[in-house]
Design a protein around this ligand. Structure first.
Ligand code: SAH
Ligand code: DHB
Ligand code: MG
Length: 223
């Protein structure tokens, strides 16, 4: 990347963020509490959060599934798209992350719509299928990157025609171009599954981050 572009991309991202992300005590509080509690700083960016919210709004999502809660930062964006009687279920392996998330979600006034469930997403997803829950209108995948191919299969089993499946970290700083480890290979496999699945209409969008990453967006075409 030229030095010009390296400098310009974060400035463009900040320009968009300043325009579309006015001061927001709930989101800022969630970031502060997450930092104070020692959670890793690996949330979606404000612009990506806003994109998640917008996609959920456009989809008219009433039932949202999130895989990988951390401190509930992306959860707050997604839950804000829900109607009053909508619901979001977020799956999180780490008990402490889930605790911080519950507090952040309550401070954002969204506790009536959001459930954070603790456990390995693989087991929790299998249990949801087993229970025969109603399909989700939107699933956001953002947990361990090696699990993405499996999470996609579960997400599709929990979807209906028209459901959206979104995934963070689809570009991995550009490493998907030449994967050097299993985790990035899984991301590449995930993207390829989206591209070749005839049940899906999909795309990966690059996003400016610290460096660059991307979001995968897929719509389920047929049951
Ligand atoms: N979506 C969050 C960031 C998630 S970071 C946001 O943008 O705000 C990834 C999270 O996935 C971490 O909290 C991690 O503990 C969780 N995770 C990792 N492996 C998991 C698994 N097997 N099942 C459920 N959650 C998992
Ligand atoms: C990591 C995970 C994420 O979801 C992310 O957006 C960035 C980094 C990580 O595990 O390092
Ligand atoms: Mg992520």
């Amino acid at each position: 990347m030229s030095d010009d572009l390296r400098d310009l991309l974060p400035r463009i991202d900040s320009y968009i963020e300043e325009l579309f992300s006015p001061p927001d005590p709930a989101l800022e509080g969630a970031l502060r509490r997450s930092r104070e509690e020692g959670l890793p700083g690996i949330t979606v960016s404000p612009n990506e959060g806003k994109l998640l919210q917008l996609l959920a709004e456009i989809a008219g999502a009433r039932r949202i599934l999130e895989i990988g809660t951390l401190g509930g930062y992306s959860t707050i964006y997604l839950a804000r798209a829900l109607p009053e009687d909508g619901s979001l279920l977020s799956l999180e392996l780490d008990e402490r992350h889930a605790e911080v998330a519950r507090e952040n979600i309550a401070e954002a006034g969204l506790e009536d719509r959001v459930e954070v469930r603790i456990g390995d997403a693989r087991e929790l997803l299998a249990a949801l299928v087993e229970e025969g829950v109603e399909p989700f209108d939107l699933t956001f995948i953002d947990a361990d990157k090696g699990g993405y191919p499996e999470y996609l299969e579960w997400a599709l089993r929990l979807s209906r025609t028209g459901s959206l499946v979104l995934a963070d970290n689809a570009i991995r700083g550009g490493n998907v171009l030449e994967p050097a480890d299993e985790s990035v290979r899984a991301t590449r496999e995930f993207n390829e599954s989206l591209a070749r699945n005839p049940r899906l209409s999909a795309l990966v969008l690059p996003l400016i981050r610290e460096g660059i990453d991307g979001i995968a967006i897929a719509r389920v075409l047929v049951d």
